[in-house]
Structures are given as structure tokens and as C-alpha cells.
Design a protein around this ligand. Structure first.
Ligand code: AR6
Length: 173
């Protein structure tokens, strides 16, 4: 699995799946969630409502998949990150679980290229430096697997971009 870091808007990416940092309602919100629903159009929300009706939303750390509507990607994988309310083992575990849930769901759906935003580091206030450490440790188990060809970290702000670029240099060495 090739790992890349770019700076930009995840809704512009033409990959098999982009990941959405959603909330448990699956009904949309601000940040990357807002951008995905705005640009992707009503199909994404309709699919999310169907999932809600079936399973009552999405718990923190879990993930669900929908088509990507008008976006250039094929699918959106919606996951719900933990809200940072101070240091806790539970928060760290839940953030790792988000990435694992998304990658496992991607594999199940034959997704070969996937792009992640920096889950929980916006509205949910997860400290960026702690998040990046957790993320890198979590995806390490997938690096040598051949089920996914490419994972792209899409950073929106300079701080995340800088942090990820440092870490990915080490991963791809
Ligand atoms: N492309 C890539 N990254 C983006 C984009 C974009 N278009 N827009 C923002 N980011 P956030 P969270 C970055 O707040 O912290 C929503 O209201 C942003 O700079 O989108 O997990 C949901 O409905 C940050 O680094 O998600 C939930 O209620 C990262 O994406 C809540 O926010 C995540 O920021 C989830 O909060």
C-alpha cells in the first residue's frame, strides 16, 4: 500500500472512496462533512437516512458506506471520530478504531484507493500531534497487505500537512 500526503479539499479527489468525518446522526454537519454533502448532493443524504432507519445512525469508531453522489469518487465511507474532552485511553482507542473500521470496510468493498481527512482534528478538537501518532501506528498493519493500493491523507490546514509529511517520510522509507 502506497501512502501519500497532500494538502487540499478531499471532495476534489477521484479515488475509489473518500472518508467523511461525520457525526453519529449521519445527517451532515460542518467541516468536511458539510463540504461532502454540499458537493455530493442529495443522494448521499438519502443513503445516510436509509442507514439511519436500519441501524439508528453510526457509533463513534464505526463506519458506514454510501455512494458518492455527484463527487468524483465512487464511494463515501462515513465514520464518527471521538470528541476530545481531555486525555483518555478511550479517546485514543476510538480514533484508531475509526481508521480500522474504514480500512476494513474498504477492503470488504474492493476499494483500492482511499483518501482520509484528519478525523476529529477540527470541530472535535482532537490535538493534531496526538492524532497523527495514533493514525500512523494504526495504518501500519495495512502497509504490507496487498488489498489496498493507495491511501492518501488529505490535509486541509498547514499544521496537519506538516505533521503528516514528517511522519509519512518515515513510513515510506
Ligand atoms: N477536505 C479535507 N479536509 C477538510 C475539509 C475538506 N473539504 N474541510 C475540513 N477539513 P471536521 P471533526 C479538515 O471539523 O473534527 C462536523 O460538523 C479540517 O481542517 O470536519 O471530526 C461533523 O458533522 C480538520 O483537519 O471534523 C461532526 O459533527 C478535519 O478535516 C464534526 O464536524 C476534520 O475536521 C466532526 O468533527
Amino acid at each position: 500500500m502506497l501512502v501519500e500526503v497532500i494538502k487540499g479539499d478531499i471532495t476534489d479527489l477521484k479515488v475509489d472512496a473518500i472518508v467523511n468525518a461525520a457525526n453519529s446522526s449521519l445527517l451532515g454537519g460542518g467541516g468536511v462533512d458539510g463540504a461532502i454533502h454540499r458537493k455530493g448532493g442529495s443522494q448521499i443524504l438519502e443513503e445516510c437516512i436509509q442507514i439511519r432507519n436500519k441501524q439508528g445512525g453510526c457509533s463513534i469508531g464505526k463506519a458506514v458506506i454510501t455512494p458518492a453522489g455527484n463527487l468524483p469518487s465512487k464511494f463515501v465511507i462515513h465514520t464518527v471520530g471521538p470528541y476530545w474532552n481531555g486525555e483518555s485511553v478511550e479517546n485514543r482507542k476510538l480514533l484508531a478504531e475509526c481508521y480500522l473500521s474504514c480500512l476494513n470496510l474498504a477492503i470488504k468493498n474492493n476499494i483500492r484507493t482511499i483518501a482520509f481527512p484528519n478525523i476529529s482534528t477540527g470541530v472535535y478538537h482532537f490535538p493534531k500531534e496526538i492524532a497523527v501518532e495514533i493514525v500512523i501506528q494504526t495504518i501500519k498493519g495495512f502497509i504490507d497487505k496487498e488489498k489496498i493500493d493507495k491511501l492518501i491523507f488529505v490535509c486541509f490546514d498547514d499544521e496537519n500537512f506538516y505533521l503528516y509529511r514528517q511522519k509519512i517520510k518515515i513510513i515510506n522509507k
